[in-house]
Design a protein around this ligand. Structure first.
Ligand SMILES: [Ca+2]
Ligand SMILES: [Ca+2]
Length: 478
């Protein structure tokens, strides 16, 4: 799509249009009424805020990029961190989480102001920009669908006592996480442990995100469209290490920067090396999740069920038949066993990932949609979630600091540069020492191990490979 172009002088107003389709989220009518205000309309489907379990809401994470027409370079646009400087038409409100290291906000959330469900249709949004100098700019507004994960206690481990699974000391009991305080490791009750010492975590400092605190999680895996947009807005030297062209395993990214394109914009994106994922998350002002947060996002606060998948039962129906292949309504007609969730878990029938949210329809249940307790999609199956693990010193040194919207410019362009992110300069290498701190969760379309898609399975608790694998991608949280 064409970016919008604005000449910013002191009171010049231009009126151009643009829109952005990210799954079912649309941003339209972008315009700049003065030199520090950007207006647009936003729509998305099936928005919710509920006052009963799971007591949460969805949201859109909004961030803005601008291109200096003189230099051609895109850069991140800072926003006012004062909520009252922005406005959102009913039923939405603006939420600024205050987590950015800078005085300015790197983005903001739009969410329902009160309990309600339904579609958001052309809600008018006005955003106060900060730090724009006089010049001629193109603007792009990005929106990513998110799900709020409330602050609350939850359990690690599903009580099976499996060798890779977290447990409470030397018992078979799950381990209760009831704060962000540091967690000891050992065989006594109250310490985090595993049945096999090969899967023992390291002690977790207070600053390591444990999943107790509120976060927002991307509702879907990173899509082809999101990674293509990211690549096209990088600089000519930043794109070099991040450039992906692929037309196998149901992936489709072609073309030359800055006109890279995809025929399957809504399909989940594999082939993301660890450094690719981290660079995308830095650029989006998000961060990777930890493997503890993965379990919280899937299970919620409820009592664990042995061998459960992301939808809260221990039964899975595999999506083996694709319908509407390659379209915005791509899905699966595979039958769903009663009590099972539908997932793309294993290679049968379909040799690659499906559209994000492929199993969700208007009237589908949590099971049929394969959704987590909170409503996050495809946490079991489709593409492996690349997350921060607890087996490497670099992993547990992670403090949850956020991307700032920019990847490195020099001396080595194109990488995430957030201080505590492990192995952010990881080479795209098959070496098992290339990305310490990385682990993968949730299983994927390639999975052959029975347990891989289960919430508590940690068979890949230490998976320090920086390489681009056809089944690996991820998503961001904040
Ligand atoms: Ca997944
Ligand atoms: Ca950065």
């Amino acid at each position: 799509m064409k970016p919008i172009n604005f000449l910013i002088t002191l009171f010049v107003v231009l009126s151009c249009l643009s829109n952005l389709l990210a799954n079912n989220l649309q941003i339209t009518n972008v315009n700049l009424p003065n030199d520090s205000t950007l207006n647009f309309n936003i729509s998305w489907e099936n928005s919710w805020r509920v006052g009963v379990a799971p007591n949460n809401h969805d949201a859109a994470w909004i961030f803005i990029k601008r291109r200096d027409c003189a230099s051609g370079q895109w850069s991140h646009v800072d926003l006012s961190s004062t909520p009252a400087d922005h406005s959102a038409a009913a039923p939405l409100e603006v939420y600024i989480d205050g987590k950015d290291a800078s005085p300015e906000a790197k983005g903001l959330f739009l969410r329902r102001a009160a309990v309600g469900v339904g579609n958001i249709t052309n809600a008018a949004i006005s955003i106060r920009l900060k730090g724009l100098e006089i010049g001629e700019f193109d603007f792009r507004v990005f929106g990513i669908e998110m799900v709020q994960i409330p602050e609350e206690s939850f359990y690690l481990g599903d009580g099976t006592g499996g060798s890779t699974v977290y447990r409470d000391g030397n018992t078979f009991n799950p381990f209760l996480v009831s704060s962000e305080d540091s967690i000891n490791v050992g065989s006594s009750v109250g310490s985090l442990s595993t049945a096999s010492t090969s899967y023992l975590p390291l002690p977790l400092p207070a600053a390591f995100p444990k999943g107790y605190a509120q976060i927002y999680c991307m509702k879907y895996e990173i899509t082809h469209r999101q990674y293509v947009d990211f690549m096209n807005l990088l600089a000519s030297d930043q794109i070099i290490p991040r450039n992906i062209s692929v037309t196998v395993s149901r992936h489709n990214i072609t073309g030359a920067w800055p006109n890279k394109a995809t025929l399957v914009p809504h399909r989940a994106m594999g082939y993301l090396g660890w450094a690719d994922l981290l660079a995308y998350l830095d650029w989006s002002a998000l961060r990777p999740m930890t493997d503890l947060e993965f379990e919280k996002i899937c299970r919620g606060p409820v009592t664990p069920i042995a061998n459960e998948y992301a939808w809260g039962t221990n039964l899975v129906s595999n999506a083996t038949v694709v319908v509407n292949d390659g379209t915005p309504t791509e899905g699966s007609s595979s039958p769903i066993t009663p009590g099972a969730g539908l997932a793309k878990l294993g290679t049968a029938g379909i040799a690659g990932p499906l559209r994000v949210g492929f199993a969700a329809k208007t009237a589908t249940s949590r099971l049929e949609a394969g959704a987590t307790f909170y409503g996050v999609m495809e946490m079991t199956g489709n593409i492996h979630e690349s997350v921060i693990g607890t087996r490497a010193p670099l992993g547990v040194a992670f403090t949850g600091d956020l991307g700032d919207g920019e990847v490195t410019k020099s001396p080595v362009p194109g990488f995430a540069d957030v201080s505590s992110w492990p192995s952010k300069n990881a080479p795209l290498s098959t070496s098992s020492s290339s990305a310490p701190g990385k682990c993968i969760k949730g299983g994927a379309w390639t999975s052959t191990l029975a347990g891989e898609g289960k919430i508590s399975d940690r068979i890949y608790a230490n998976y320090p490979y920086g390489q681009r694998y056809n089944s690996q991608g991820g998503r961001g949280v904040r």
